[in-house]
Design a protein around this ligand. Structure first.
Ligand code: ADP
Length: 524
């Protein structure tokens, strides 16, 4: 590669500037060339925040590293921002709000549509960036880009369908109207497990409704968010409408909470942090939507189609190496099918291919970090100490780092940690049950209520159990239920509000009742 080319690539990364400002050794940038030159459009790779349409560093120059979990390699550094930058971003979003909200819905929809087109045009690059920072297999990452872009397409269309209402008035001289208006500036905080889709499912409805937004992606996976933001700018979404800050999560969150200009918080992440944000939002009485942890049951009844049940449970459990909030956490298997299911399931699980997500054929990437690995180990050790049997896997993978063997545990019981908490890793505990009633009781025996799954060939049973499950989402004979057109969200301590579908945009709208009085009863 020529010096000019290297220089251009480094500039695109912001690494030359960073190196000059912070005395980062340039060889770090050079080390990255191999990986980065595989991007078709190097311009997607940004390593600065986005405030008011300008790519920005932290005011004090602090940075944080972004590493590839599959190799440990330093990908780049990004600004370690905090309260100061968040306030700047809030100011930019507030400034952009009046003009953006006054545009026609059709106009906002057109820009979102362009963004959607660009996301799909660049899906291979976005997928590659995602695999590099998050670890999921490339095919799965590209699949997430398509899924994530779907929210942008959906809300490009829904923007035009935000209709108000006229209510028949009980008074002859008055008329009653309902307007729907954007809530204002939105603060969005997102996790690392879906670096794109968790952002688009918030940003797209917010922008469609006429809101402006500040997004704080997870510090582990900011690069996909920044690449998507670059494409939003290219689509013509005006400066300040979409802002990205990352760094000190607590400070950024606190700045969003303290601001009277931020009228709405939308969060996906752990239940613990969600509760803190809910409490924080009380100070300024912000609207809030929360998509928190789950503890998904998957009930396999005796009358299930074995092949469908194995396939569905495999997909619902091991997607993203078990690191999604809708991942199956507990597999409840009825007595009569238990042995047959366990045998077929273990066979399927042992065929999963673990490795670097950029390698062909890999279906299971690494866990996101050491803490995630320790949690998985702890859950398995706890289960085994209480009588569970390891049917396959059960230990760290020979690849080292944070790779863990896809695992199935037999004889799991409700006193085990894994029955109570999300394992967020590739471990499926099989719990035996006898009756439908017992299965429902076990399934609902948790403070969480996000997703649930049932496998049965009996339609009446499927419907009956779906009604009885205290969960926001139920898959019947299906392990993959997420789609932008359906309302995604939980009951109980799994959250508030819904994302996606025609309902998702309501979270970003205020209802305003307008009463028109003194109407003349007769024509003049
Ligand atoms: P996970 O365990 O999946 O990482 P977290 O709830 O810790 O879930 O993280 C989800 C998002 O919330 C991330 O962007 C993270 O940086 C952010 N976050 C964590 N703690 C706080 C906090 N106290 N205030 C605001 N955001 C936070």
């Amino acid at each position: 590669m020529t010096y000019t080319k290297i220089r251009r690539v480094s500039d695109a990364l912001g690494l030359v500037a960073i190196a000059a400002a912070r005395l980062l050794p340039l060889p770090g940038a050079a080390r990255q060339m191999g990986t980065l030159t595989q991007l078709k459009d190097i311009g997607l790779f940004h390593s600065q925040g986005l405030i008011g349409g300008r790519w920005s560093d932290a005011h004090d120059g602090r940075t944080l590293s972004v590493n590839n979990p599959a190799t440990g390699e330093l990908l780049t550094t990004v600004p370690f921002m905090g309260g100061v930058e968040t306030q700047h971003a809030i100011a930019a979003a507030s400034e952009a709000f009046p003009a953006w909200s006054r545009r026609t819905a059709a106009d906002r929809g057109k820009l979102l549509r362009k963004w959607f087109d660009l996301l799909l045009t660049h899906k291979d690059d976005l997928g590659r960036i995602m695999t590099l920072e998050q670890g999921k297999p490339l095919a799965e990452a590209i699949g997430e880009v398509t899924y994530g872009a779907g929210f942008v397409e959906l809300y490009a269309e829904e923007a035009k369908r935000v209709c108000g209402d006229i209510i028949p008035s009980p008074y002859p001289e008055k008329r009653i109207f309902v307007l729907k208006q954007p809530v204002g500036v939105v603060g969005a905080i997102t996790p690392w497990n879906f670096p794109l889709a968790m952002i688009t499912r918030k940003v797209a409805p917010a922008l469609a409704a006429g809101c402006t937004i500040i997004v704080k992606p997870a510090e582990l996976t900011p690069l996909t968010a920044l690449a998507a933001a670059e494409l939003a700018l290219q689509a013509g979404i005006p400066p300040g409408v979409l802002n990205i800050v990352m760094g000190d999560a607590v400070e950024i969150g606190a700045a969003m909470m303290a601001s009277t200009e931020v009228r709405k918080i939308t969060f996906t992440g752990s239940t613990g942090v969600g509760k803190k944000l809910m409490a924080g939002a009380a100070g300024t009485v912000k609207k809030i939507s929360l998509e928190l942890g789950g503890n998904a049951p998957c009930i396999i009844f005796d009358d299930a189609n074995l092949e469908v049940a194995v396939k569905g449970t495999l997909a619902g459990k091991y997607r993203n190496t078990g690191q999604t909030c809708v991942c199956i956490n507990r597999v409840l298997v009825q007595d009569g099918i238990y042995e047959k299911f366990a045998h077929a399931f273990v066979k399927a699980v042992s065929q999963l291919q673990v490795g670097n997500g950029l390698e062909n054929g890999v279906t299971q990437g690494p866990l996101i970090n050491e803490a995630a690995l320790l949690k998985v180990e702890n859950h398995v050790q706890d289960a085994v100490s209480k009588g569970a049997k390891v049917l396959t896997g059960g230990k760290r993978h020979s690849l080292g780092r944070t790779f863990y063997e896809p695992t199935v545990l037999g004889h799991a019981t409700d006193d085990m940690l894994i029955f109570r908490e999300e394992v967020f890793g590739p471990v499926a505990p099989l719990v035996r049950f006898k009756t439908e009633e017992e299965a429902i009781k076990l399934a609902n025996d948790t403070e969480f209520g996000l997703s649930s799954y049932i496998f049965t060939e009996n339609i009446a049973r499927g419907w009956r159990v779906a009604e009885a499950l205290e969960y926001g989402m139920v898959g019947i004979n299906e392990g993959l239920i997420s789609t932008e057109v359906a309302p995604f969200g939980g009951m109980k301590q799994s959250g508030l509000g819904r994302e996606g579908s025609k309902y998702g945009i309501d979270e970003y709208l205020e209802l305003k009742y307008v009463c028109l009085g003194n109407m003349k009863q007769t024509l003049p």
